[in-house]
Design a protein around this ligand. Structure first.
Ligand code: SF4
Ligand code: SF3
Length: 553
């Protein structure tokens, strides 16, 4: 086992990366090895997808499948060996079909087929034991001795960034957004990373190109969300329980939430959002359901306590899932799409009856809790509508600084930094926040500046796109670049979606971003130094010191 893809990863002095029998996330060595195999096979599909495009063969099923399968290998997504093997078998079947189509098209057009790397024809053994015996060969660090630590770290930066992009592609696809050009670029990167010789300059360029690609993917996702559910509107959301039967919907997939809302209408069940689903309350086509009563719980690392106390059914539409057996709710949690846990029931298709029946059979909340609210929904449109008033307040000297404080949450003590920072920014500052890191402070009262709320919840992690649009609008209004704005970005990272958002911000030329709580384990000190030199990227220190430095800049 060798996995180093998230902030949880085991660090020195025990060795860099999770390389024992079990990763910090609960992933076993077997799952880790099977996921590495899946990644290799998906890369082989992309090698053929790239070659096939050169003779005009595009396979929509392959285009949709490769990012979806890749998504299953993100942190806290799929821990089920049988499902990972099934993903791999489907990858092989699709690749073999594509290879036949490619060779047939070459023959028809009189074109000599390209000589693809050996990895393009990698075969998957029948038996699980035989698959696992090849783990060493497919390990992501297999060639570390020959390419060196810096090149490996950069390759992993690209690979993990691309995983994040794949996850957003899948979220966009679910909302009806696909783009053949985006898929073509995605296959190019997958194929390249499956055979790259470890050249530092080329890998740096690849990382920036993935960042650019992801900007387009976030735009697609924004379009998918707003076309399907309307533009988010600032909306107050109750964070406390309401008496009655209950279903909790977690993850990022709002299409699933809509299906659940439709299927529970008139059934006497209250629907709650959890974690990254919170911003769903702001979309007109979702908030119109009166039985969408509130948000229950906070970020993923608190699941085992919060889900254990939830007296209803729970549906995990995407990441982040952690061991449900600890809190003993494995019999009332259901997984969807790419998510999996051995023994947990998986719902395929669009019928949620099994979860709904479970919710009806469970007790639900016996009484209302005193309500407590947070406000969400300051996505692109709402921010643009607020922009003229914000600009006026800046000109009048009432708003002096903007902070973007957000990203993934996690369970390290050092993450209290983000709450402390949000609480200590000056009163004449606005705070934009997004992703599950916001649960550190989104239930606190921040007040307003002449009617403009000081805390603006932009949405999910992918809604970084909306925050970028506001930054561009402000820069335009003030006739300067984004880097000249009194804007400081302080991000928390945990998994691969955060990595690709960081790559997007860097690719857009945004400088002096702070990240924490620690540097990614796959980035060597050398690489951290280069990113600091080129982009001013810094690690967080203390809220006091960083605040002083950000305000001085
Ligand atoms: Fe370790 Fe993170 Fe990999 Fe899990 S996903 S094995 S915690 S590096
Ligand atoms: Fe959170 Fe997993 Fe990253 Fe979408 S849900 S931000 S950690």
């Amino acid at each position: 086992m060798y996995c180093i893809q998230c902030e949880h990863t085991i660090r020195a002095p025990k060795g860099n990366g999770c390389s024992y029998q079990r990763g910090m996330c609960g992933k076993t060595a077997e799952i880790s090895d099977l996921q590495d195999m899946l990644v290799r096979l998906l890369q082989s599909v992309s090698m053929y997808a790239k070659a096939a495009r050169s003779v005009g063969v595009v396979d929509d099923e392959v285009d949709g499948y490769v990012p979806q399968g890749f998504f299953a290998t993100l942190t806290n997504v799929n821990f089920d060996a049988a499902r990972i093997i099934a993903f791999s078998r489907r990858a092989v079947a699709l690749r073999d079909r594509l290879r036949s189509r490619y060779l047939a098209a070459c023959a028809e057009q009189g074109v000599t087929p390209q000589v693809l790397p050996l990895a393009a024809d990698y075969e998957l053994p029948e038996e699980r034991a035989a698959i696992l015996s090849q783990a060493g060969r497919v390990a992501l660090n297999a060639d570390k001795a020959s390419i060196g630590e810096d090149a490996l770290g950069l390759r992993l930066l690209c690979l993990y960034g691309l995983k994040g992009a794949a996850a957003y592609m899948e979220h966009a696809r679910v909302l009806g957004q696909t783009d053949v050009e985006v898929y073509a670029r995605f296959h190019d990167f997958m194929a390249y990373l499956g055979e790259d010789p470890g050249e530092i300059d080329a890998l740096f360029k690849c990382a920036m190109d993935i960042g650019h690609l992801n900007y387009r993917i976030m735009e697609m996702l924004d379009e998918g969300g707003t076309k399907t559910f309307g533009h988010p509107e600032p909306t107050r959301v109750n964070l406390k329980a309401v008496k009655g039967k209950a279903i909790l919907v977690s993850g990022h997939d709002m299409h699933d939430l809509e299906l659940i809302l439709q299927q529970t209408e008139g059934r006497g069940i209250n629907v709650y959002t959890n974690g990254e689903m919170l911003p769903a309350h702001a979309y007109p086509e979702l908030k119109k359901y009166p039985h969408l009563v509130g948000n229950y719980g906070t970020a993923w690392q608190n699941q085992q306590k919060e889900f254990a106390n939830f007296p209803g059914a729970i549906v995990m539409t995407s990441n982040c899932l952690i061991d449900p057996n600890v809190g003993q709710y494995g019999d009332r949690i259901y997984t969807r799409s790419i998510v999996g846990w051995p023994g947990v029931q998986h719902i395929e298709g669009s019928d949620f009856s099994v979860a709904i029946d479970k919710a009806l059979a469970l007790q639900g909340f016996a009484a209302d809790e005193p309500a407590h609210y947070t406000t969400t929904g300051f996505a692109r449109n709402a921010l643009m509508q607020a922009a003229p008033a914000v600009i006026d307040q800046v000109k009048a000297g009432n708003i002096k600084h903007f902070f973007l404080i957000g990203g993934c949450d996690g369970d390290k003590m050092e993450r209290s930094y983000y709450k402390e920072l949000a609480q200590s920014v000056p009163q004449d500052s606005l705070i934009l926040t997004l992703a599950c890191g916001k649960f550190r402070f989104n239930s606190l009262e921040f007040g307003d500046i002449n009617g403009i709320p000081r805390l603006l919840d932009v949405g999910q992690c992918n809604d970084a796109y909306s925050a970028i649009q506001l930054a561009l609008a402000l820069a335009d209004a003030f006739g300067c670049g984004v880097n000249e704005l009194p804007l400081s970005l302080v991000l928390s990272w945990f998994e691969q979606k955060a990595i690709v958002i960081l790559l997007t911000l860097l690719a857009l030329g945004i400088k002096d971003i702070r990240v924490g709580p620690t540097a990614p384990g796959f980035l060597t000190p050398n690489l951290v130094g280069i990113l600091n030199q080129q982009f001013g990227l810094k690690l967080i220190t203390s809220p006091e010191q960083d605040l002083k430095d950000m305000l001085a800049a």
